[in-house]
Design a protein around this ligand. Structure first.
Ligand code: FAD
Length: 332
């Protein structure tokens, strides 16, 4: 493999509700820094139907160029169609680095692309840099339950690929009117050649806020005693306009759905404020929320491990304290 053929840092631009997904803006910010260090260009890879206008957003957040596959065949995300577009573009333009958001789409696409290329994939990274002397991508991620940071290098193949967790990188400030080059791309793809069809899209009926996007999360654990006690967490979250989080034991007990689970086998969150109510603070929970800006724990056991990871702690019965907090915030 001739590495000299591979140049540039690319970001897979995810579309969400007609706009560029926040994680893609964050990756453009991180990608810009990497591209500057490599003295190369930053490109976006945009796939969808009627998505061309989103290229301008990518330019304003740091991209020099955007490759666009705009066709009705890409109306809904399907692994097969998107993967074929990415593979074709990689083969044609040869990026040195290719980043995806660690969202359900990004993770699915990146792993599918990695199976078709000789290169590997570093999943769920939280830090990115390039090695000064070799120019290799340094993709770091928590490992062994968050006890170490592992830095993973892809020395033998290109592109170097990574998925990056939402909310850990910073988007650049928007530079209105910044321009770049949009490159129209296409590949011959017929609906008849695609093995998967989208028959129906069933939207979740819950109006609950997503925990990976929330600035404030109120999370509850088994200490709330049961679904009735857990309702207090939901009420406090509603009062604060916050998202509802949960420990794994709560999810396994069926008090709330899996999408709300914070931790090693759930979602990693970085809100500004995280309330941990009736949560013991097991390491598998802590690794998912330890980077929150402010952690406030309520637990009746003063020796509960959660207090070692919190900025503020209240020792007492959550069933008595949370109603007082709700009342106080309602009257604030
Ligand atoms: P408990 O450990 O039962 O703690 C309840 C706490 O509530 C206690 O500290 C208690 O003092 C307190 N309490 C009790 N009554 C009250 C009251 N009235 N008022 C205030 N406080 C009260 N867990 C996760 O959360 N997320 C994960 O992603 C995850 N992944 C895992 C992966 C693996 C491979 C394994 C082995 C485990 C994983 N776990 C995960 C489980 C984890 O180890 C813990 O079992 C779990 O986090 C405990 O949940 P909890 O804190 O709600 O319950």
């Amino acid at each position: 493999m001739n590495f000299d053929d591979y140049r540039g840092v690319w970001v897979f631009i995810e579309e969400k509700n007609g706009a560029v997904a926040p994680v893609s803006l964050e990756l453009l910010g991180a990608g810009r820094a990497l591209a500057d260090k490599r003295n190369s260009e930053l490109a976006g890879l945009l796939i969808g139907e009627n998505v061309k206008q989103l290229a301008q957003t990518a330019f304003e957040y740091g991209a020099d160029k955007v490759y666009v596959y705009d066709d009705s065949i890409y109306r809904h995300y399907r692994t097969e169609t998107y993967m074929r577009a990415v593979l074709a573009c990689v083969e044609k333009h040869k990026p040195e680095i290719l980043l995806y958001g660690a969202t359900s789409t990004g993770k699915d696409l990146a792993s599918a692309v990695a199976t078709d290329l000789p290169t590997g994939l570093t999943a769920d990274t939280t830090q990115l840099d390039v090695e000064a002397d070799t120019g290799l991508l340094l993709a770091s991620r928590p490992a062994f339950g968050g006890n170490i940071m592992a830095t993973i290098l892809c020395k033998k193949y290109r592109p170097q690929m990574a998925t990056v967790r939402p909310k850990v990188m910073k988007a650049l400030p928007r530079e209105a009117g910044r321009s770049g080059e949009m490159v129209d791309e296409s590949i011959p793809l017929e609906e008849a050649d695609i093995r998967t069809k989208v028959l129906e899209i069933v939207r979740s009926t819950t109006q609950r806020m997503r925990i990976d996007e929330a600035d404030v999360i109120v999370a509850g654990g088994k200490g709330l005693g049961g679904p009735a006690g857990f309702q207090l967490v939901e009420r406090l979250a509603a009062t604060l306009g916050a998202a509802v989080g949960a420990s794994r034991d709560v999810v396994e007990a069926g008090w709330i759905g899996h999408h709300h689970q914070v931790g090693q086998t759930g979602v990693t969150v970085t809100p500004k404020i995280y309330f941990a109510i009736g949560i013991s603070g097991a390491i598998q929970h802590i690794v998912g929320m330890q980077n929150a800006g402010l952690i406030i724990a309520i637990n009746k056991d003063p020796a509960a491990p959660i207090f070692q990871s919190s900025h503020y702690g209240i020792v007492g019965d959550a069933l008595a304290i949370v109603p007082l907090l709700i009342e106080a915030f309602q009257n604030a």
